[in-house]
Design a protein around this ligand. Structure first.
Ligand code: ZN
Length: 181
């Protein structure tokens, strides 16, 4: 049955690629895979009553970033649209809240893209489950323009609740900082 296994894997990978192409509505340079929002993609290749010729039913699992982010609805719609465009007619999106999303799930590629986009990437680790909260606050936030560490928080809530607004005291440029969570 190895041929079937291979086919399943291929379908699984293809479905993952479709889901991973969906971008975050708030930071369009990042995909939901970059952010670590995309947790799982399962395909049902069993050919049950819900299956249509060729394209299996797909179940996508996502974990929201910040609870205040209104982006999840948009991500659901975008996932449905992406799979519909690829010919899938049956897709369900499940939102899983535990374990809670952390900036640690953001990929290295995602962090690099964020920096290029002009948003300071989360520095350090969340220390989820640890007691590093106070240490984290002491970490300097680097200016994405000139790399200076001489920056200051202007407001805890920037353009969205996910980001804080900072200003660089060297180049005087304001920038968004993607908060560590
Ligand atoms: Zn600067």
């Amino acid at each position: 049955m190895s041929a079937v296994d291979t086919k399943d894997l291929t379908a699984q990978q293809a479905a993952w690629d479709i889901a991973a192409s969906v971008c975050d509505p708030e930071i369009p340079v990042l995909t939901i895979a970059d952010l670590g929002i995309l947790r799982a993609v399962e395909v049902d290749d069993a050919g049950g009553p819900g299956a249509t010729a060729g394209k299996p039913a797909v179940r996508v699992t996502i974990t929201p970033t910040y609870s205040g982010c209104p982006a999840m609805e948009a991500i659901r719609d975008d996932l449905a649209a992406a799979f519909a465009a690829a010919g899938h007619q049956h897709i369900s999106v499940e939102t899983v809240l535990a374990p809670a999303w952390t900036t640690d799930w953001m990929t290295e590629a995602g962090r690099a893209k964020l920096q290029e986009y002009g948003i300071a990437a989360p520095s350090g680790h969340s220390g989820a489950g640890g007691h590093s909260g106070r240490v984290r606050l002491a970490l300097a936030v680097q200016c994405p323009q000139c790399r200076s560490l001489n920056t200051r928080e202007i407001t805890r809530f920037g353009s969205t609740s996910c980001k804080a607004l900072y200003v660089c005291q060297d180049c005087k440029e304001p920038f968004d900082y993607f908060k560590v969570l």
